[in-house]
Design a protein around this ligand. Structure first.
Ligand SMILES: Nc1ncnc2c1ncn2[C@@H]1O[C@H](COP(=O)(O)OP(=O)(O)OP(=O)(O)O)[C@@H](O)[C@H]1O
Ligand SMILES: [Mg+2]
Length: 162
């Protein structure tokens, strides 16, 4: 499993990392976002959205809707889930979560850790923790294409950081 760890000194770094991953994702891929309240999951998703051709300012926490769907450029679709307020597996099944993840949209799922059994088998995981004034992000890929995306992200970050 390919894994990278990065320190994000400020909010702009979180958004830029999201954009970098967004550029590497293919239709149908899923990103599971973990981390306590207010650690940067939505901001990361905004960065990724812009890379997919969605107006990032339209992307906010879908806590009350559970799912927001955005149309990007070149026919790309993006789904943004926030599972914070969900309590039972059945609720997720009722909103067609599994089917949507298979639909070809690029999916970003906040609070994915709450429903580990229902997440797509292959995914990129991004976990945020607070560190000083900034955040630490740990990114892993599960599945060949997802590991390749994380490896490409690692190369890009190394090139930018040097
Ligand atoms: N690397 C960073 N350094 C400092 N502040 C950051 C960093 N990344 C994000 N933030 C700030 O953290 C705050 C919360 O961000 P965001 O809403 O994306 O978190 P979240 O994880 O989606 O929260 P929630 O769990 O409530 O959905 C924002 O004010 C954002 O600017
Ligand atoms: Mg959020």
């Amino acid at each position: 499993m390919k894994k990278i760890e990065l320190y994000l000194p400020d909010a702009a770094a979180t958004k830029a990392l999201g954009a970098a991953l967004g550029r590497l994702l293919r239709p149908g891929q899923t990103v599971l976002l973990g981390g306590e309240l207010g650690t940067g999951k939505t901001l990361f998703t905004q960065g990724a959205a812009e890379a997919l051709g969605v107006d990032g300012s339209k992307v906010n926490s879908p806590t009350f809707q559970l799912l927001n769907i955005y149309r990007g450029s070149e026919g790309r679709e993006m789904g943004h889930f926030d599972l914070y307020r969900l309590e039972r597996n059945e609720e997720l099944e009722e909103i067609g979560f599994g089917e949507y993840c298979e639909s070809g949209a690029v999916c970003f799922i906040e609070w994915a850790d709450c429903f580990p059994d229902l997440m797509p088998e292959y995914h990129v995981t991004v976990r945020f923790t607070r560190e000083g004034q900034g955040r630490r992000a740990v990114i892993e890929g599960k599945g060949a294409a997802e590991e390749a995306a994380v490896a490409a992200l690692a190369r890009e970050v190394a090139a930018c950081g040097s």
